[in-house]
Structures are given as C-alpha cells and as structure tokens.
Design a protein around this ligand. Structure first.
Ligand code: PEP
Ligand code: MG
Length: 885
C-alpha cells in the first residue's frame, strides 16, 4: 500500500522527491539530534493524487490521524486541547525551494475555547488572542478564499480607532475584538463559519496547501525556474513554537556563510518577540544576527554549534530558520542556501580549501550562469557622484532603468522594450511578474532575507532592499528622499553590489572577471577563484570549445577567452555594408563574363577577411562556411522598390532603368518561404562561380598565411545539405579549385571539407553523407526550425509564450536543445556518421553550443566540440568541465 505520511524521525535527504526539500531536511536535522519541533510530512504522492482526482487519496485521513495521535502522545497534550492546546503549523515544501510561493497556516488548533487555555498556560493573554487572530486571518484567506486585503482593512480600521501605531500597541481586548470582526468577515464573505474543530482545521489546511501548488504565483515561479508542474508539494505539519512570547523570544534567519559574498562566518537577521513570517516579510526591521550574542548568549552559542554541524553534514552553505521560545532554541528549517554568483565561486573554493569537498566537486558548485552574471559590467564608482540613498546590497550587479511603482506597470513598460526598476516598500509574491520584468528591485524596507532579496538573488536580478531613506508613495507613483522627489518614469541606477541608488543613468565599467578573460589579469580574490575554476574545468573537459566569429576582432577576442578555434565563420556577413552593391551586381549580371568580373572584385575582399581570421586563430582550426542565406536578402525590399517605380510613373516620369531591372530580379527571386528556399548548398549549386570564388579566396588566404610563416588551418563547410549527392557535387568543385590554387601557387592546399547537419534528412542519412564529409557540425538553429516546423525568425510569435504557459515546453527549443526530438536526430547522425567514418570530427555551432544544459547533452552524445559566440566561450568551457565530472 502507498504510504502518505512520514514522521520527521523516519525521513531523510534521500527521500526529497517524496518529502519535498523542507520535509527531507527537517528529517535530516531530527536525525542529527538537533532541536526540531516534532512533526510529520505528508508526501508529494498524496498531493499529486489529490490534484489528479480532486479528492483525498484513500487512507490519507487515517494516516494523518495516526501520526497526530503519536505526536499528541509524545507531547502529552491534544491538538486544540481546551486547557493546554497543542498547536500546529502547516507548511508547503516542494522538491525545489519556491520561497513564499505557496501557503503556510500557523496556529492550527486554536478555537474559542483553546485560546483561553493558551492564554492561561502561556500567562500571556495578548499573545493568545494575537495567535488566534492570525489563524483566522491565514485560514480565512488561504483555505476559505477570503480576499486577504479585507483582513488588512479591518486591522487598519482598528488601529486607527485605537490610535495604535503598530500591531504591538493593540491590547488583548483589542485582539479579541479583532477575532470577532474577522470571524464575521469570514462568514459574510463565504456564508460559512470559521471551523472550530481542530481536526477539520488541520484537514482543510493540508488540502489548501496542496491546492496552492496550482496557484498563479506558484505557476509563474515554476515557469521562470524551469520546475516541472508535475512534482506537487509535500506538506509539513509541525508542532508550533513561539517567538512572540516576549523579549526572551524571537525568530531569525541565519546563514553559515554570507550568501552575498561567500565570506565565512555566521550571518543573518534576528527579530525579537516575533514569529518567523515577520522576519521574512520585512515588516519590521531586523537586527544583525551578531546582536543575538548579547541578547541571548546561550542560544547564540547553541545556534553556532548547530550550524557548524549542518555545514559539515551538508558540506555546503546552509541557511536556517530558527525560533527562540522563552530562551529555548528551536531549528525550524534548513536547506542548502541560495547564493549570489560571486558567493558561489568563493564558497566552492573555500570548501575545497577546507577539505570539506574535493576540487572536482567544487566545480559542480558553480555554473555557467553564475559565470555569465559575473561577466556583466558594474557602475564606475569613481564617476557616479553622491548616492541618492543607501540600502542593503541584496543581489549584486548594476542596473539602470525608469522607476516604476507596481508590478503591472513594470510588466507593461518592459513589454515595450523599456528598462525599469521596480520600487516598492517591500515586495510580496504578487510582485513576481514585475520582478521578472524589471532590471532591478529596490525596496525601502526589509533585510537581506526579505522576500525581495531572496527572490531577486534567485533570479539574478539586481536588488537593493531596506533603503530606509526612501519614502515610497505607491498611490502617488513617486518616492522621496529628503527634498528630492522621484516621479514614475525617472531614470535611476541601482548598484546591488554596493547597496546604493543613484539618480540618472550611472556610467558602467567592465567586470573584473571580464577583464581577466580579456587580459589574464587576476585583479582580486573573486577573479582568482574564477580563474582557478576555469583551469580545473579545462583540465577535465573532453569537449573542445570553439567560437562563432566572422571578423578578425571577434576571432582574436574568442581566442583570448579560451576558444580553441573558430567553429563557424558565416561568410555572408562579409557581403554586407558597401560590398552589398557588388553582390547586387553579381545577381544582376547579364552574362557569365560580367558575373566573373564582379566575382573577381569580391575575391580580394573575401581573401583579406579570411587572412585576418586565420591570423588571429593561427595554429587553430577555422571552419569557414560557404555562403548560406538566400540571395534576395542582398537586394532591396520588393514592396519599397515597386512603390518607388509606381510613384515615378504616377508623376508621369520614366522609372530609373536600374530600378526596373532590380524589380525584375527581385520578382524572379522572390520566395514565399526563403528559409526553405534557394539557400545553403542549393545556392552554391545554382549560381555559377560563387563557390569557386569563395574557395579560391580561402585557399589563397591559406597560401598567403603559409608564406608568411603562419600555420593556417582552414576547414571548408557546406551548409544546408539534405542529400549526399548535393555534397558530392559541391565537394568536387571545392577540390577542383583547391587543386588549381595549389598548382598556381606551388603551395599544396589540402583542406578538410565537411558539412553542416541542419536538416532532418541530413541527420537521418548521416551514414551516407559521411562518405563525402570529413566533419559534421550540427546547425541546431535550422535543425530545430525544421524538426519542429517553427520559423526561427518568428520565435517571438504570440503562440510561443502560450506554449510556454501551457507547459508544452519549459524553455524555448531555440534556447535549450530539445533532447527528445532534435536531440534524437543528433544521436542518430553521430552514430551513423561515425559508423561510416570512425574518425569523423563532430561539433555543433547553433546557439545551443553556448547553452549550459545543451553543452551537457553534447558531451553525453560524444561530440568533439561546441562552438558559440565569443562571450559565451568561458561559459561553455566551464560547463564542458562540469559535464565531464
Ligand atoms: C544553424 O542553423 O544552427 C547555424 C549555425 O547556421 P545559421 O544560424 O547561420 O543558419
Ligand atoms: Mg543554419
């Protein structure tokens, strides 16, 4: 029989799929002997079964009730027992952490009777009524569906009536009255009474947490983080402990190392006389954890020791939530903590130095995305002038954008291409769409563990929080700092590394990590850890990394970034600019001799391009692709031309003869689907002399470089091949020209000839194609386009976001390789190509070559290299190293 409930003492980290991250870690802490309030976890299996059928799976209620009985026996009191109630918290806990995205209900077990019992045993009437009103509020909104702001409204009215500045100014009697008002509100809104039965409260709370898995904000978050919708959440039911019983109580969040910088040493926020959610919500400003050493030295020492145990056990940065109830420390949660990219590198290096992890393991603790973030520019602090305000550096990086004051406005402006900074007093999960749309998040309240900080860090958004000098007036859509008024739309600059905000657009400087790649300069400790990680990755990786580069400058940069060659030189890019006229003349040529003359003019220009690239990559392979795109792309726009001619005729003038001729050519070459038309190898086979000119330019460049003492290693690549016959014909032409140039120059030019695999037919007949190809390079852009039948030029199409929303794919297949479909074709082509030619060199040069996930796939299927844009080369090197571990 399926089992749906596990006691904390029964679970463990290995059961994370079933118990969720939080449940598994609570079990782990319990087993380590740390002081965890007892409880049990309802599994993700139960959640999935409930969400699939809409009904509790058979046996669930009985299991929950059995575990509750055990809990009650151990505690010596019953859930909601009138004179001394056991109270429970009910919290979500999915496999992957989704901070603040799902529901929590606290103080389950309170009702009109047990609230009095709680008041008596705690000796604190105010606390008991405050707990009860929190329960009615959380249960009313989460379980019964009452709009949360209505509760806030009732509370605000009461505070106003009592002249109370904060919640703490309300008396026990006020709070008892508030419970009454809340209960009437619930009844009025739902037609139902707030349930008095503790068992019913528990049952409904568990189901509400299940349902919150499909809530809107949880779904948005999962999409953003690429978390599958099918996982479901576990539910943790835990004995309540109270941080709000007075000055000797409190709650906090702590990290075993600084999650912003990675520096070792305890770090976190503490709030006396408060429950955990008060800390995370950033409603009151916290004190640094170190202050606890004075407030409660015994608990502080215990905490330090427990955190040491955790870091050694998990061998990583851990974050925890804890509560002190009347001087007694309780550990409420732990997990391997999120961190900034900078901290990821620093922590990985330190843990390896400390011997807690192996050097290879340290490579698994950093990612290509972390590295990419560190390559972004920062503000030039010497040029920015006075900061407008300071806050906490919650998520690093530099961002410039127009200030906006709510999520919807951020989304609206970002959709129009504007860069925005979302400014809020504090953020809630409802702000998530705006946080995704914004370049940076700026809040006036809350600590480094506030919602804004945690979520922004996870997403890599720049964030400054707790900038208390800001008076944010959301309704008036402005904030003020002293006399300075910043209206919506005003450009501000946010420095998430320094915690500073500037008026206007601050100047940016390159990152030190970027400078390291450019110059090799190890300017600070962070760069040192990055450099070490790169060396380690280079030492273990099997995949080579090349770059897509079309100019000598790009090739040189790519080489500095560690590229081991050029995997794709797109020659058509060399036909743009003023050379366009020559291409036009070639297309319009009336006869062969005119065409030959124009090609003759293009030849030295192309030769010069190739010479520069071969020089920049001297000694390394340079894969030059013969021209690919449809020729009409080099002609003027058809409609514009037709309009010009018609306008001339309407004025009674004769159209320019050249225009008329051009229009004729454009019309002749017009294609409804140019992406599937006369391009790639087809062009080379149809337009006389074009390929010969390009091959001659390559071969002559090789001769020149050889004569200059260089070691040119050009390779010739034929695009968009679908049948081996195409490649055979083109190849014969290539070989003919190579032989010609060799004979003329006396320098033997023997260049490998290969093909791109970018059509399904090419992949499916790769065994044949390999007979005529010395290497393959997967053009996964076209291969994705032709496998899915999605136009790569229209990927921004409306339906793409709908497909993402519907979960048809979690990421665009143009960004991250579709393993099941396109990936299958890749495997077939690799296997069949190598069956024909065991030494076939195989790479990839589509955009996927620089995508971390795809790099792991290419490693796994046995490619020899990936090729990507120069800036992604370090990312690909790092990921290729990680893939090899
Ligand atoms: C490809 O199709 O993946 C490719 C690299 O070629 P292009 O992007 O130039 O079509
Ligand atoms: Mg292509």
């Amino acid at each position: 029989m399926v089992r749906y409930v596990y006691d904390f003492a029964e679970g463990g980290r290995d059961l994370a799929e079933l118990l969720g991250g939080k449940g598994a870690n609570l079990a782990e802490m319990t087993r380590l002997g740390l002081p965890v309030p007892p409880g049990f976890t309802v599994t993700t299996d139960a959640c999935r079964a409930f969400l699939a059928t809409g009904a509790e799976p058979a046996g669930l209620i009985q299991e929950v009730s059995d575990h509750l009985t055990a809990l009650e026996e151990a505690a010596g009191r019953r859930l909601g027992q009138p004179d001394d109630p056991l109270l429970l918290s009910v919290r979500s806990g999915a496999r992957f952490s989704m901070p603040g995205m799902m529901e929590t209900i606290l103080d389950i077990g309170l009702n009109d009777e047990s609230v009095r019992g709680l008041a008596k045993v705690s000796g604190n009437e105010r606390f008991a009524w405050d707990s009860y009103r929190r329960l009615v509020q959380m249960f009313g909104s989460t379980v019964m569906g009452v709009d949360g702001s209505l509760f806030e409204g009732v509370l605000d009215d009461l505070k106003r009536a009592r002249g109370a500045a904060g919640d703490l100014d309300l008396t026990a009697e006020d709070l008892a009255g508030l419970v009454e008002s809340y209960r009437s509100l619930v009844h009025q809104e739902t037609g139902e009474h707030f349930p008095q039965s503790p068992a019913e409260q528990l049952r409904r709370a568990v189901l509400a947490v299940f349902e919150s898995w499909n809530g809107e904000r949880a779904r948005i978050y999962r999409r953003r983080e690429h978390i599958s919708d099918d996982l479901g959440t576990a539910v943790n039911v835990q004995t309540m402990v109270f941080g709000n019983l007075g000055a000797d109580s409190g709650s906090g969040v702590a990290f075993t190392r600084d999650p912003s910088t990675g520096r070792s040493g305890l770090y976190g926020d503490y709030l006396a006389n408060a429950q955990g959610e008060d800390v995370v919500a950033g409603i009151r400003n916290t004190v640094p954890l170190t202050a606890l050493a004075e407030l409660d030295p015994v608990s502080y020492e215990q905490l330090r020791s427990h955190m040491g145990v955790l870091e050694t056990h998990y061998r990583d940065l851990c974050d925890i939530e804890f509560t002190i109830e009347r001087g007694r420390l309780w550990m409420l949660q732990t997990r391997v903590g999120k961190r900034t990219s900078e901290a990821a590198f620093a922590i990985a290096a330190e843990l390896a130095d400390e011997g807690l992890i192996t050097p290879d393991e340290s490579l698994t603790r950093v990612s290509g995305e972390d590295l990419a973030r560190l390559m972004f520019p920062r503000f030039d602090t010497s040029a920015v002038g006075e900061a407008l305000a300071h806050g906490l550096p919650a998520s690093p990086g530099a961002a410039v954008g127009a200030a906006v004051f709510d999520s919807a406005e951020a989304v609206r402006r970002a959709a129009q291409g504007e860069q925005v900074v979302l400014v809020r007093q504090e953020t809630t999960p409802d702000d998530l769409p705006g946080m995704i749309a914004a370049q940076a998040v700026l809040t006036s309240r809350g600590g480094k563990t506030s919602h804004a900080a945690v979520v922004a860090r996870g997403m890599g958004r720049v964030c400054v929080c707790g900038a208390e000098a800001l008076a944010v007036d959301t309704a008036a859509r402005r904030f003020t700092v002293g006399d300075t008024v910043v209206e919506e739309g005003t450009v501000v600059s946010v420095d998430g590394s320094e915690g500073a905000v500037y008026l206007g657009a601050a100047p940016l400087v390159d990152s030190a990590v970027m400078r390291y790649f450019e110059t090799g300069e190890r300017s600070d400790a962070l760069v040192g850890t990055v450099a070490d990680a790169m060396e380690r990755a280079d030492g273990v990786r099997r995949l080579e990394v090349r770059a897509n580069a079309d100019t000598p400058e790009d090739a040189a940069r790519a080489r500095r970034f560690g590229a081991q060659g050029v995997g794709l030189c797109r020659t058509e890019h060399m036909f743009l600019g003023e050379r366009r006229k020559l291409v036009e003349a070639m297309i319009l040529a009336r006869d062969e001799s005119e065409r030959a003359r124009v090609l003759g003019e293009l030849l030295p220009l192309q030769r010069q391009d190739f010479r520069g690239i071969l020089e920049a990559m001297d000694g390394l392979p340079v894969t030059i692709r013969l021209i690919d795109p449809p020729l009409h792309e080099f002609l003027p726009d058809r409609t514009g031309l037709a309009v010009r001619i018609a306008a001339a005729e309407a004025r009674g003038e004769r159209p320019e003869p050249h225009d008329a001729e051009l229009l004729g050519a454009v019309n002749r070459m017009h294609e409804e689907n140019p992406m599937l038309g006369l391009r790639g190898v087809r062009l080379g086979l149809i337009v006389p002399g074009l390929v010969a000119m390009q091959v001659r330019a390559i071969a002559e460049a090789v001769v020149e470089r050889t004569r200059a003492g260089g070691r040119p290693r050009a390779e010739i690549m034929v695009p968009l091949v679908g049948a081996v016959e195409e490649l055979r014909i083109e190849r014969a032409e290539v070989e003919r020209v190579l032989a010609e140039v060799s004979a003329e120059s006396g320098v033997p030019v023997r260049l490998p000839v290969g093909t791109m695999i970018e059509l399904p037919r090419a992949a499916l007949t790769a065994g044949r194609i390999a007979e005529a190809a010395e290497f393959f390079s997967f053009g996964t852009n076209d291969l994705t386009q032709t496998t899915w039948g999605f136009s790569r030029d229209d990927v921004e199409a409306e339906f793409f976001s709908a497909y993402l929303d519907k979960g048809i794919f979690a990421t665009s297949p143009f960004e991250s390789l579709d393993r099941d479909g396109v990936g299958r074709l890749v495997r077939i082509a690799v296997d069949e190509g190598r069956a024909t030619r065991p030494d076939l060199k195989i790479g990839v040069c589509g955009e996927h070559g620089g995508d971390p996930e795809s790099v792991h796939f290419f490693h796994a299927v046995g490619l020899d290299y990936v090729s990507c844009s120069p800036f992604r080369v370090p990312v690909a090197r790092l990921e290729a190293g990680r893939a090899a571990l």
